[in-house]
Design a protein around this ligand. Structure first.
Ligand code: NAD
Ligand code: UGA
Length: 423
């Protein structure tokens, strides 16, 4: 017998959470404040590019397990569980902005049945479970922290087959009720106190960011000493303490979470009296990586007045999310040096950035370009007809910031080729 679940916020996390819980047999109502989003969801159209999500949403709507509303009070009225999946963006000073969270909680508080369990899935600083309890102002409602570890692009799979489920609560009964929702996922379920659950989320993202900055730094060392980063990382990854995952060098890391959470953990630590200098270095190394890609372009063509074709706008393949995209960081730096950019992404149709012309195909992005930058690792770019690309460009220069393409195939066609960590 399924439970009745309300999900507040139907974005990447909320929509995935709602659709997956509906798939697991629960009755789910997702609420979002954006009417246009709810309208399109009610028609079974999902506003984001996420593998397998649209099918789950439609199946859930068809079997009556999933519905969408604008009023969160309607969604929570009969709910046994309320999942909070609202944004917690970075403030200018660094810490997470909890305004959306407190607003959502205050909105739902008067409409909750006694005993409803409020579960926070948004990424929040340590102590936020207490803050949610205070904003609720209801001693009859337990609040549980249940941070989410899904990745965009594989969100459905990550939700249904997580590496682990982390639950933070001082209320044993509430924690075990929340745990019961995940028994079919076959993952270790860890119950801890709220502060540890909240810290675990930030620590995991900060570690992943550090791993990537380290990888990109090793790539720079490889370039300097004439080693091939692919072989170096392969050799490192065979050590099971290191592993092969999350070791792909690139143009820098981005997205809606790693950058904001890396900054947030610095600010959380600072507030608690610890100077997390290591993490500042991780962020600085990432910023330098964007510049390193631009320097590669400058090494083959003068940027002032040049057209650069950029393949990829999303922050990684498999998503249309452009938040904090490394591709955009690189484009901004190219523009600052006087270049014009033609950009193409199979999942992104527009971008509000002066000087960037978003075009309809990879070939159109290459037309008249003095250099091409591969900024996002879409498969589509590997099967381009490079003979044709060669006839379209003004100069045959390829900067493959994702080490995606066949270097030999390009050099054979007269392109200069620069990857990351390999010449
Ligand atoms: P998002 O911006 O895609 O979606 C959030 C949604 O909440 C939006 O649709 C917004 O309209 C809605 N919303 C805001 N206030 C609301 C309210 N009062 N009532 C109802 N709806 C409201 O954000 P996201 O990427 O899903 O992230 C949500 C949280 O999950 C963040 O804290 C984020 O750090 C965390 N997180 C995100 C990911 C990810 O891959 N995107 C993964 C793990 C954790
Ligand atoms: C990240 C974490 O991986 C998730 O576990 C977490 O739940 C999520 O943040 C979150 O808190 O929101 P996501 O933002 O979807 O997930 O993206 P990642 O897959 O982590 O990629 C982040 C950035 O690193 C991208 O720009 C990607 O291209 C880059 N990356 C990733 C590399 O350059 N190399 C790699 O090997 C892996």
């Amino acid at each position: 017998m399924g439970s009745t679940i309300a999900v507040i916020g139907a974005g990447y996390v909320g929509l995935t959470t709602g659709a997956c819980f509906a798939h697991l047999g629960h009755k789910v109502t997702c609420a979002d404040v954006v009417e246009a989003k709810v309208d399109s969801l009610q028609r079974g159209e999902i506003p984001i590019h996420e593998a397998g999500l649209e099918e789950l949403v439609r199946a859930g709507m068809d079997n009556g397990n999933l519905s969408f509303v604008v009023d969160s009070e309607k969604a929570v009225r009969d709910a046994e569980f309320v999942y909070l999946c609202v944004p917690t963006p970075q403030t200018a000073e660094g810490p997470a902005d909890l305004r959306y969270l407190t607003a959502a909680v205050q909105q739902i508080s008067p409409h909750l049945q006694p005993g409803t369990i409020v579960v926070n899935k948004s990424t929040v600083p340590v102590g936020s479970t207490l803050l949610v309890e205070q904003a609720l102002g209801r001693s009859d409602i337990p609040v549980v922290s249940n941070p989410e570890f899904l990745r965009e692009g594989s969100a459905v799979d990550d939700f249904l087959h997580p590496d682990r489920v982390v639950i933070g609560s001082d209320d044993e009964a509430a924690a075990s009720h929340v745990a019961s929702l995940y028994v079919d996922c076959g993952a270790p379920i860890m119950v801890t106190d709220p502060a540890s659950a909240e810290t675990c989320k930030y620590a995991a993202n900060a570690f992943l960011a550090a791993k990537l900055s380290f990888t990109n730094a090793i790539a720079a060392v490889c370039e300097a000493v004439g080693a091939d980063v692919n072989d170096v990382l392969l050799g490192m990854g065979y050590d099971h303490r290191i592993g092969h995952e999350f070791l792909r060098p690139g143009p820098g890391w981005g997205g809606s979470c790693l950058p904001k959470d890396s900054n947030a953990i610095i600010s959380i630590a600072e507030d608690a009296g610890y100077d997390f200098a290591l993490m500042r270095g991780v962020i600085q190394a990432n910023d330098e990586q964007f510049d390193r890609i631009v320097r590669k372009v400058e090494s083959v063509t003068s940027l002032d007045g040049a057209t650069v074709g950029v393949l990829g706008i999303a922050f990684k393949a498999g998503t249309d999310d452009t938040r904090e995209s490394p591709a955009i960081e690189v484009m901004k730096r190219l523009l600052a040096k006087g270049a014009m950019v033609k950009a193409y992404d199979p999942a992104v149709a527009s971008l509000n950035l002066d000087g960037v012309d978003v075009v309809g195909s990879a070939y159109a992005a290459c037309e008249g370009a003095s250099a091409i930058v591969v900024a996002t690792e879409w498969d589509e770019f590997t099967s381009l007809d490079f003979d044709r690309v060669g006839t379209l460009v003004a100069e045959r220069n390829m900067i493959d910031a994702r080490n995606l393409l066949d270097r030999d195939a390009l050099t054979k066609r007269g392109f200069t080729y620069q990857g990351v960590g390999r010449s």
